[in-house]
Design a protein around this ligand. Structure first.
Ligand code: ADP
Ligand code: ADP
Ligand code: ZN
Ligand code: ZN
Length: 753
C-alpha cells in the first residue's frame, strides 16, 4: 500500500542515529504502515529499531513519571541519535521468555484464565463464591499441598546411594560425603550401622535411620555430633539454596537428585478441592485449563448465559485469537517458562490484538521464528490487522514471505558490524527487488534440491516415542547425512528431537537458550580464546598472563574488567552503563601500556572476530577465530557481553565451540534464526562440511532452502497438539516435492516451482 499523499506528513523522523554501528543514519518511516527491516545479521537492524526507536520511546514514557517514581527507575541512557520526531508509544514484542515465574501460565499471561474464573464463579455448580476461589495464586483457591504449583519436589533416593556398596565401600554418592570426609564419618561412625554391610542387606530399621532419622545429638568416642538422616540433610544442605550460585558439580547433583512429580492432591491442576468440584455442563475449570485451546474455544462457544454475555464474548475472542495465531495446540495450564521464544512472542502478541489502542508503534523481532510456511500466512494477517487498526508496525524479518507484504522496506548494510550500519535502500518491495542490494538480489533466489543425496551409514532407531503429543512414534533417523525435521508449530518436532535424540551420549545440542553467567562472559571467555590471547600478551611483554584476566589485579577495580556497570532493579530488566573509571577499557592504565603489535588488551577485546582473525594469523587463537568466522559471527566483538547476542547468535556460538569437540551427532533447532537469505547459503555449506567430516546432523527447520537441501526429511504432523504427533513423511525432499502428500510437501513443491 503506497503512502497516501494526505498522510505524507505522518512519518517518524530519525535524524543522525549512531547507536552501536549505525553511521549517522537519517530516515523517515511512514506511520500506520507495515515497515520491514532487512539486512544481514549484524548490519544494525536491532540497533535502529530496538536500540534507537523503541529505546527512545520508552525513555520518553519514563520521563512522564513523577520525579519520585523516576528515582526508583533505571536512568535509561538516551540512544545516540540527534533527533527523533513524531514518535508514538512503542510496544516491543520480542522473543525474550516471559519471566522466571513458575506461577505464570498461558492462561494467566493472556488473562484467559482470569476471565474463565469469573465465568465459573457465576455459572459453576455448586456455587463456590468469588472468582478468587478459582485462583491458584490466592489462598482461597490454591491446592494446599503444592500451594498452587501443581507439582511437588522429591528426592530420588537412588541418586544419593549405590545400594550394592557398603558405607566403607563408598555407598553414599552425594557430593561432600566421600569416604573419610566429615559428613561421611558422622554417618559411618554413628554406631547405627555396620559400615561394611552393603546397603542392599540393611534391615528396614537401618534403612529408615540412614534415610529419614530426624536430627539428634549422639555421643561417639567421647565426641558429641549431630546425626541426621540423608534425606533431611540433603534437603537442608542443597535444596533451599539458589541453584544459579552453586558450583557446577553441585548444580549437576541437585538437577539429578531432585525430581518433580505431579501433585497427587490436585493432579497438577494447582486448585483446591472446592475449585475443582464446580462444573459447567460437567466440565470443571481444571478440565478447561488442561484442554488444548482449540478444544476449549469449542467448549466456551457452547456456554450460553445472558448474565455474562459480554465476558463470554471477550473470552471467545481471546481464545479465537490464540487459535488464529497458531497456538491452538497449547493449553491454558502450560507454564510460560516452558514456551519457546517464538511461542512467547506470539502469546504476548495476543494481548494486543484485542486492544482498542491505536497509534501505537508495535515492534517485532522475527515474528515467524518457529513457524512453518503454512503458519506464516496467518502471522502475516495478524500483522496487517494491527496496522489496519491504525498502528505503526515495525518488523525485523528475513523471510521473503513477510518482506513481500511490507508497505515499506528499510534495507541495512551492506555488511555486518563496521561494514554495515548504513541504509542501502528504502522504498517498496518492487523497488527493493530492482535495487540490486544483497537483500534485493536474494529475494527471488531459490536454493534447489541437492544434485545427489548422501547415503546413510546406519540408522538410529526411535521406538514408541510418546512424550507430550507424540503418538507412539517409530522412526529411524539416518546416520552420516543431513536430516531436517519439519512440521507445523506444535506438531511435535522438539518433543521428538529433544526427547529421543538429544540425550544420546555422542550428541551435541546447539540451541538458543541463554548462556549462564553470561553477563561476565563474552565470546573471548566463552570460546577459550582469552587463554591464548593472554599468553601472547604476556610473552610479548615479559609479564604474567594472569595480569590480563578479568579477575586479576590488572582489571579495573570498579567494573571488574567488564567495562560496564550493571544496575539491577527488582521488577525491571537491568541496565548497563559504561564504567566511568576505565571508560569501558576494562583494565588499569598500567595494563593498557602493554601492547601486542601496537594494540593493548582492551583494543583487542574490542575487535570484531573478522579483524582479530587477521590480527592473530596463526596458532590456537587463529583456529578458534576461524570457527567463529565459519558460523557467521565475524562481526561480533570479542569482548561483547553474551547478554547482547540474539538467540540465533548464541546458537551459532555454541556450534562453533562444539565443532572442536569431534562430536558424532549434531542437533540444531532452527539455526537460520537471525540469518539473512545470503547467510543461509553459508550455513548450508557449514552443515555440509559437518556431514562430509563424518558426522550426523539433525536440524529442526522451517526455512525452505534448508528443507530442500536435506538428504532426508522427517515430517511430523499433520497438525499441532493432539492433531499432530505422527510421522507423516520420511524420505528425500525430491520424492516429497514430486508427490506432495503433506503441508510441508505442498510448500516445498511451490518453493521449488
Ligand atoms: P542486526 O540486528 O542487524 O543483526 P545489530 O544491531 O544487533 O544487528 O548489531 C549491529 C552491530 O552492533 C553489530 O556489530 C553488533 O555486534 C553490535 N552490537 C549490537 N548490540 C551491541 C551492544 N549492546 N554493545 C555493543 N555492540 C553491539
Ligand atoms: P514443535 O517443536 O513441532 O513446535 P513441540 O514438540 O514443541 O512441537 O510440541 C508438541 C506438543 O507437545 C504440543 O501440544 C505442545 O503444547 C506439547 N508440549 C511441548 N512442550 C511441552 C512441555 N514442556 N509441557 C507440556 N506440553 C508440552
Ligand atoms: Zn496440588
Ligand atoms: Zn571499569
Amino acid at each position: 500500500m503506497p503512502v497516501h499523499p494526505a498522510d505524507a506528513h505522518a512519518t517518524i523522523q530519525v535524524r543522525g542515529a549512531r547507536q552501536n554501528n549505525l553511521r549517522n543514519v537519517s530516515l523517515d518511516l511512514p506511520k500506520r504502515r507495515l515497515t520491514v527491516f532487512t539486512g544481514v545479521s549484524g548490519s544494525g537492524k536491532s540497533s535502529l529499531v530496538f536500540g534507537t526507536i523503541a529505546a527512545e520511546s520508552r525513555r520518553l514514557i519514563d520521563e512522564t513519571y513523577t520525579a519520585f517514581l523516576q528515582s526508583f527507575m533505571p536512568s535509561t541512557a538516551r540512544p545516540d541519535v540527534d533527533e527523533l520526531r513524531n514518535l508514538s508509544a512503542a510496544i516491543v514484542l520480542d522473543q525474550e521468555r516471559m519471566g522466571a515465574n513458575a506461577r505464570s501460565t498461558v492462561g494467566t499471561a493472556t488473562d484467559a484464565f482470569t476471565m474463565l474464573r469469573i465465568v465459573y464463579s457465576r455459572l459453576g455448580e455448586p456455587h463456590v463464591g468469588t472468582s478468587s476461589a478459582f485462583s491458584f495464586n490466592t489462598p482461597d483457591g490454591m491446592c494446599p499441598r503444592c500451594e498452587g504449583l501443581g507439582e511437588v519436589s522429591d528426592i530420588a533416593v537412588d541418586r544419593l546411594l549405590d545400594r550394592t556398596l557398603s558405607l566403607n565401600g563408598g555407598a553414599i554418592t552425594v557430593p561432600g560425603f566421600a569416604v573419610g570426609s566429615w559428613y561421611w564419618r558422622v554417618i559411618a561412625e554413628s554406631g547405627l550401622f555396620d559400615a561394611d554391610k552393603p546397603l542392599a542387606d540393611y534391615t528396614d530399621g537401618e534403612w529408615d535411620a540412614l534415610l529419614h532419622r530426624p536430627a539428634e545429638k549422639r555421643k561417639v568416642d567421647g565426641h558429641t555430633l549431630t546425626y541426621e538422616g540423608l534425606i533431611p540433610k540433603v534437603r537442608r544442605t542443597y535444596l533451599g539454596k539458589d541453584r544459579d550460585t552453586m558450583k557446577p558439580h553441585l548444580r549437576a547433583f541437585v538437577d539429578h537428585a531432585v525430581v518433580f512429580a505431579t501433585c497427587s492432591e490436585c493432579g497438577g491442576s494447582r486448585l483446591n478441592a472446592a475449585a475443582r468440584s464446580a462444573v459447567i455442563g460437567g466440565v470443571s475449570i481444571a478440565d478447561c485449563a488442561r484442554m488444548q485451546i482449540s478444544d476449549l474455544a469449542g467448549f466456551v462457544a457452547s456456554i450460553e448465559d445472558a448474565s455474562v454475555a459480554p465476558l463470554l464474548a471477550g473470552l471467545r475472542e481471546l481464545l479465537g485469537a490464540l487459535v488464529e495465531i497458531g497456538l491452538g495446540y497449547l493449553s491454558l495450564d502450560r507454564p510460560t517458562l516452558t514456551l519457546s521464544g517464538g511461542e512467547s512472542q506470539r502469546v504476548k502478541m495476543v494481548r494486543h490484538l484485542g486492544s482498542s489502542l491505536t497509534d501505537v508503534t508495535y515492534v517485532f523481532d522475527e515474528p515467524t521464528v518457529g513457524l512453518h510456511p503454512h503458519d506464516i500466512r496467518r502471522m502475516n494477517d495478524l500483522l496487517l490487522r494491527l496496522r489496519d487498526k491504525g498502528n505503526t508496525v515495525l518488523v525485523v524479518e528475513h523471510k521473503p514471505e513477510v518482506i513481500e507484504i511490507a508497505d515499506h522496506v528499510v534495507d541495512l548494510g551492506p555488511g555486518a558490524g563496521t561494514d554495515g550500519g548504513e541504509i542501502c535502500f528504502t522504498g517498496d518491495v518492487a523497488g527493493l527487488r530492482a535495487s540490486g542490494t544483497l537483500t534485493g538480489r536474494h529475494l527471488g533466489h531459490r536454493a534447489g534440491l541437492r544434485a545427489a543425496v548422501r547415503e546413510p551409514r546406519g540408522w538410529i532407531p526411535i521406538r514408541g516415542a510418546d512424550r507430550h503429543n507424540l503418538q507412539k512414534v517409530d522412526v529411524d533417523v539416518p546416520e552420516g547425512v543431513l536430516t531436517v525435521v519439519t512440521g507445523v508449530a506444535g506438531s511435535g518436532k522438539s518433543s521428538l528431537v529433544h526427547g529421543y535424540l538429544a540425550d544420546r551420549e555422542d550428541v551435541v545440542v546447539a540451541d538458543q537458550s541463554p548462556v549462564r553467567g553470561s553477563r561476565r562472559s563474552n565470546p573471548a571467555t566463552y570460546t577459550g580464546l582469552l587463554g591464548p590471547v593472554r599468553n601472547a600478551f604476556a610473552k610479548a611483554n615479559g609479564v604474567k598472563p594472569a595480569l590480563f584476566s578479568a579477575n586479576s589485579e590488572g582489571a579495573c577495580p570498579e567494573c571488574n574488567g567488564i567495562g560496564l556497570i550493571y544496575t539491577d532493579l527488582a521488577m525491571m530488566a537491568g541496565v548497563a552503563t559504561v564504567c566511568e573509571t576505565c571508560e569501558g577499557r576494562r583494565f588499569t592504565a598500567k595494563v593498557l601500556t602493554y601492547t601486542l603489535d601496537g594494540k593493548n588488551i582492551g583494543e583487542v577485546l574490542d575487535m570484531p572476530v573478522r579483524e582479530a582473525h587477521a590480527f592473530f594469523g596463526t596458532g590456537q587463537a587463529h583456529a578458534i577465530l576461524s570457527r567463529l568466522l565459519d558460523v557467521g559471527l565475524g562481526y561480533v566483538r570479542l569482548g561483547q557481553p553474551l547478554t547482547t547476542l540474539s538467540g540465533g547468535e548464541r546458537q551459532r556460538l555454541k556450534l562453533a565451540i562444539h565443532m572442536a569437540e569431534k562430536a558424532r551427532t549434531y542437533v540444531l533447532d532452527e539455526p537460520t534464526t537471525g540469518l539473512h537469505l545470503a547467510d543461509v547459503d553459508q550455513l548450508l555449506a557449514l552443515l555440509d562440511r559437518l556431514v562430509d567430516d563424518g558426522n550426523t546432523v539433525v536440524v529442526i527447520e522451517h526455512h525452505l532452502a534448508v528443507i530442500a537441501h536435506a538428504d532426508w526429511l522427517v515430517d511430523i504432523g499433520p497438525g499441532g497438539g493432539h492433531d499432530g504427533g505422527r510421522v507423516v513423511y520420511t524420505g528425500t525432499p525430491a520424492r516429497l516435492a514430486a508427490a506432495p502428500s503433506t503441508l510441508t510437501g505442498e510448500h516445498l513443491a511451490a518453493y521449488l516451482g
